[in-house]
Design a binder for this molecule. Structure first.
Ligand code: PBG
Length: 327
């Protein structure tokens, strides 16, 4: 048959396929989320997230060593405190769980890059992401505690802060606070486009951060909306966000593509707990091949425009890249 253009020509061999690849994946673009909890000698598996653990500060270095050995350079720290109160005051204590973890981690593994999740939900008795006024989260009062929390993380050694609360104006508020205290070079990764999602279910079990009443729909985004994602993204860029995040990842690849087309800052995607747990469970049941699915989903997220991928599979992915399965 006379065919001038035969797309199969470029698919003839692994060398050729790798040569013409449109999406390159590197372990240097991966971030690993990590849960740190109060207590001593704790390494406990998270029931809803097989293969993921909560560590006490003294056991944290053993995990940091594995992360570094895998080739992953960056972690995103979440704290699980012992005590909670109405306003989440544990979030900004000098000897808070994230602050203690940072001091130990920076000392033991100074070459890793430490990003901290800045939010109130793990620290408030009601589990909402801010200060309550009746049944509602008070936006402007919450900005003060978020700024204090971000500052205390940076003072304890955080390299970058990542506010995930979805209050309006928090990037400005945090930027101003950090600048006033002499931390103008610490970047902010904004969870700018964060949808109200059932995919966070396993995380809330992991971090004990489920709201005790209601839901997060008055501050996290409605998943029917995409233009609103651009609105949130542009607002946060205006306020000084250095990197934007879209979250979750897999059900929001169109949003990721649109946001990355519209902004000039790097865009991170967070493949969240529910995405991880679904793959894990299906693989355990023998329905899918875990490594192949992890590679394919990661490539999909980068292809949609992500510059950075935050994933519980970061260490495994770094291994797959080394093995040449993906990249
Ligand atoms: C805190 C926060 C959440 C996640 C990251 N930061 C939970 C939530 O908003 O309820 C979810 C991460 C995941 O599911 O892996 N606000």
């Amino acid at each position: 048959m006379e065919l001038t253009i035969r797309p199969r020509r470029l698919r003839q061999s692994p060398v050729l396929r790798q040569m013409v690849r449109e999406t390159r994946i590197s372990e240097k673009s991966l971030v690993y989320p990590l849960f740190v909890k109060e207590g001593v000698n704790i390494k406990e598996e998270i029931p809803s997230m097989a293969g993921q653990y909560r560590y006490s500060v003294d056991r944290l270095p053993e995990e940091l060593e594995r992360i570094q050995a895998s080739g992953v350079n960056a972690v995103l720290l979440f704290g699980i405190p012992d005590h909670k109160d109405e306003c989440g005051s544990g979030a900004w204590q000098e000897d808070g769980i994230v602050q203690k973890a940072l001091r130990t981690a920076k000392k033991e593994f100074p070459d890793l890059y430490y990003i901290t999740d800045v939010c109130m939900c793990e620290y408030t008795s009601h589990g909402h992401c801010g200060i309550l006024n009746g049944q509602d989260v008070d936006n402007d009062r919450t900005l003060e505690v978020l700024s204090k929390t971000a500052l205390s993380h940076v003072q304890a050694g955080a390299d970058m802060v990542a506010p995930s609360d979805m209050m309006d104006g928090r990037i400005s508020a945090i930027r101003k606070t950090l600048d006033q205290k002499g931390y103008s070079s610490v970047p902010i990764l904004s969870y700018a486009v964060k949808y109200s999602s059932a995919f966070y279910g396993p995380f809330r079990e992991a971090a004990g951060s489920a709201p005790s009443f209601g839901d997060r729909k008055s501050y996290q985004m409605d998943y029917h909306n995409k233009k609103e994602a651009v609105k949130e993204a542009l607002l946060d860029v205006e306020q000084g966000a250095d990197i934007l995040m879209v979250k979750p990842a897999l059900s929001y690849l169109d949003v990721l593509q649109t946001v990355s087309d519209r902004v000039t800052v790097p865009v991170a995607a967070y493949s969240v707990s529910g995405e991880y747990s679904m793959i894990k469970a299906a693989a355990k049941a023998g329905f899918i091949e875990e490594a192949a699915i992890v590679c394919e989903t990661a490539a999909g997220i980068f292809r949609a425009g992500a510059d950075i991928l935050i994933t519980y599979y970061a260490k495994e992915l770094a291994g797959f890249i080394k093995e040449g399965r993906i990249g």
